[in-house]
Ligand binder design. Structure first.
Ligand code: ASP
Length: 293
């Protein structure tokens, strides 16, 4: 109790992608390394939230750390397209205003999530794609990489990355970043940079970040469908997640996972793949780290 008020709850969840691998497919040391990294990222994010940093700052910082790790299919660790080139997609959404910034098919910026945030804050647009987006990153003096550096031999075992957070002011935010599908056609854009498909945040309702085969998430507008169930049906979070997957994603063959945070600091993970690389600290301060079910 501070000044007669309960300290406001804060919460954070992150993911490092969904997949259909079995426990025996991953060297135990690699799984431990990824889980330790995810744990570190949520612990750091949680402390920042407790010190009063905004949910928006914290999801950007968390995703940037995951992009920089080289462990996940985002930023430094991203997979290549059918021409052997890395093309990255990312978005960030502010639950206060539903402002969104997004970039797609960028090749040179080091942290697509930070470029997405700059698009949100420095332009009147939502989504900028391709070389023009890399140009903006250069003009705004964001750290760049050359395409060769991105094409270091891939050691990635994990997928897309994402973060959702609730801050001490009760604001929600979400961010997602990815190299997309391995071997994808040049110019292909997935769900991660598309609001309502792979990323969504709305104060008073929910913050969500998805991973999986993006085409199905786009066709289902999946994370917006989850938010709409919460808003109109007023069902519990676990039910909104399960019914959206079962009624929207699965009938067309979609597979993947979603992380979610509510205004009360409830955290949920839902996936219909064998694994979702994940970590969270909920509103009660409880830490979860996991890969398989
Ligand atoms: N959703 C991402 C995409 O389709 C890929 C992933 O999550 O693994 O671009």
């Amino acid at each position: 109790m501070i000044g007669g008020l309960m300290a406001q709850r804060v919460a954070i969840a992150v993911h490092g992608g969904a997949g259909n691998i079995r426990p025996t497919d991953i060297p135990p040391a690699r799984q431990q390394q990824a889980e330790a990294y995810l744990r570190e990222v949520v612990q750091e994010g949680y402390e920042l939230l407790r010190s009063g940093r905004s949910a928006l700052d914290v999801v950007e910082i968390a995703v940037r750390r995951l992009e920089d790790s080289g462990l996940f299919n985002a930023g430094r660790g991203a997979v290549r397209n059918s021409q052997g080139v890395v093309e990255l997609d990312a978005s960030i959404m502010d639950g206060r205003t539903r402002a969104v910034g997004a970039v797609a098919a960028v090749r040179q910026v080091q942290n697509p999530v930070s470029l997405a945030r700059q698009v949100m804050e420095r332009t009147r647009h939502v989504l900028i794609v391709g070389p023009a987006a890399d140009e903006l990153a250069r003009a705004w003096a964001l750290p760049m990489r050359n395409e060769v550096e991105f094409s270091e031999p891939a050691t990635t075992f994990w997928g897309t990355v994402g973060a959702v957070a609730l801050d001490a002011q009760g604001n929600l935010a979400a961010a997602t970043s990815t190299g997309g599908l391995s071997g994808k056609l040049p110019g292909r854009v997935g769900d991660s940079p598309i609001p309502g498909a792979g990323t969504y945040a709305e104060n008073g309702l929910v913050a969500l970040s998805a991973t999986g085969e993006g085409e199905y998430f786009l066709r289902s507008v999946l994370v917006y469908d989850i938010a709409a169930r919460l808003r109109y049906q007023k069902v519990p979070l676990s039910q909104a997640l399960a019914s959206a997957f079962q009624e929207r994603l699965e009938p067309i063959g979609g597979r993947g996972g979603v992380i979610a945070i509510t205004p009360t600091g409830e955290v949920a993970f839902y996936f219909n793949t064998s694994c979702l690389f994940r970590a969270a600290i909920d509103g009660e301060g409880r830490l979860t780290v996991g890969t398989f079910r």
